[in-house]
Design a protein around this ligand. Structure first.
Ligand code: GLA
Length: 424
């Protein structure tokens, strides 16, 4: 192409993009469906185990079959969520094209199947031109995509942040908070992360279907401060990996379980969670990688303390009875799903053991002792409760009951937790 033509086309594209975003931001009518996700969403998502290549229709049907028969549905797991790679292109009229080699019956038929099991279907797209796996994104197709999802019977949308056709406004009040942004950073300047999410929020508000909106921008520009008005949950960190403490090399895009827990504390994220507005420290790695029993228990317990979405990310077809038992521990799930909707926070530390407290309905508390180090025995006087009352403290993983009117010695395994529910 001649240089002049190229410049002409490029300028037209840029002007088009600027008009597109500014028309949606200046007079955005966000009609957030506030009756959704009053407790953190629970379900399964394909990404952590199957990535791009493993995703297909049969896999999703298998997962729906399993969740509806193995006790997970009764425990509260309801969403079956496709992540990246179900989409392959666009038709001339702008409608998204399903990868028919992976999904020969189409997404509508899959949604019908999942619904017939009493479950809900989730889907994935991206605010940019392409998804993180370089499939078509929804930029400038928000309305038609939201409409299509609604027609198909989709119940949940995870919306990513890769390959944006604009730059981020990084003025001091919009500073970048994630370690790295995987985005093109070309094109029109100065859009905030919030503005980039508005067109899809607006589009979902217009469709006649309840679709939970999950913002996935890895914590860029502190979504906990702005995403609650336009979505039901927002990612707070880069992607989780199945490691408890860290990696042998430093990754920029990935975080371990303890790195996510520590970031949640350092950024006081509990201040922003409420029914219909959840921090999302990413999907579960329970049963993945080389996580030990105690690490899986600690991960699941801490995600419940953080009122996180509980989206299993393992291969449910090959999970051990031990992993299923962890994922379906009803007392732990009740901590996560408590209707008060408060997120837990760290109150104290004894000898490296973190003590987290989560207010529960009925004037109860959840208390979690998290041990990132080798096996520990600590003694606590329960003073961190700041209450003159005596509580019965029931361990939700083992048959132990303590009283808080006297000091208790608590043994916590290496990389493990002891999680108690306290009632009067
Ligand atoms: C990003 C998201 C992940 C996953 C992939 C898919 O990395 O943070 O959770 O959705 O994209 O490409």
């Amino acid at each position: 192409m001649k240089t002049f033509e190229y410049i002409l086309i490029k300028s037209a594209c840029i002007i088009g993009l600027m008009l597109h975003i500014s028309s949606s931001t200046l007079d955005a009518q966000i009609n957030k469906k506030t009756h959704l996700a009053l407790t953190p969403p629970m379900g399964w998502n394909s990404w952590n185990t199957f990535r791009c290549d493993g995703l297909n229709e049969q896999l999703v049907k298998d997962m729906a079959d399993i969740i509806s028969t193995n006790g997970m549905k009764e425990a509260g797991y309801v969403f079956v969520n496709l992540d990246d790679c179900w989409q392959i292109g666009r038709y001339p009229d702008g409608r998204i094209m399903i990868d028919s080699a992976r999904f020969p019956s189409g997404i509508k038929a899959l949604a019908d199947y999942v619904h017939s099991k009493g479950l809900k279907l989730g889907i994935y797209s991206d605010a940019g031109l392409m998804t993180c796996a370089k499939k078509p994104g929804s930029f400038s197709y928000e309305d038609i995509d939201a409409q299509t999802y609604a027609e198909w019977g989709v119940d949940y949308l995870k919306y990513d942040f890769c390959n944006l056709p604009m730059t981020l406004n990084q003025s001091p009040e919009n500073k970048e908070t994630a370690p790295v942004i995987r985005t093109a950073m070309k094109g029109p300047p100065n859009y905030t992360a919030q503005q980039i999410y508005l067109p899809m929020a607006e589009a979902l508000g217009k469709v006649d279907r309840d679709i939970v909106f999950s913002v996935c921008n890895w914590g860029v520009q502190e979504p906990w401060k702005w995403a609650g008005d336009i979505s039901h949950l927002w990612r707070t960190t880069p992607d989780i990996r199945p490691y408890f403490k860290g990696f042998s090399v430093k990754y920029l895009y990935f975080m371990s379980i303890m790195e996510i827990v520590n970031r949640t504390h350092n950024d006081s994220l509990h201040l922003y969670a409420a029914p219909g507005r959840w921090n999302d420290p990413d999907m579960l790695e329970v049963g993945n990688g080389k996580l030990t029993y105690d690490e899986n228990v600690a991960h699941f317990s801490m995600w419940s303390m953080m009122a996180a979405p509980l989206l299993a990310g393992n291969d449910l077809r090959n999970m051990s009875p031990e992993v299923l038992k962890i994922l379906t521990n009803k007392a732990v799930i009740a901590v996560d799903q408590d209707t008060l909707g408060k997120q837990g926070y760290k109150v104290s530390e004894i000898d490296g053991v973190q003590i987290w407290l989560k207010p529960l309905s009925g004037s109860r508390w959840a208390v979690c002792f998290l041990n990132p180090k080798g096996k520990k025995s600590i003694t606590t006087d329960w003073q961190f409760l700041k209450s003159a009352e005596t509580f019965q403290a029931k361990d939700v993983w083992q048959d132990v009951e303590l009283k808080t009117n006297a000091a208790s010695t608590i043994e916590i395994p290496k990389h493990g937790v002891r999680l108690f529910v306290l009632e009067r």
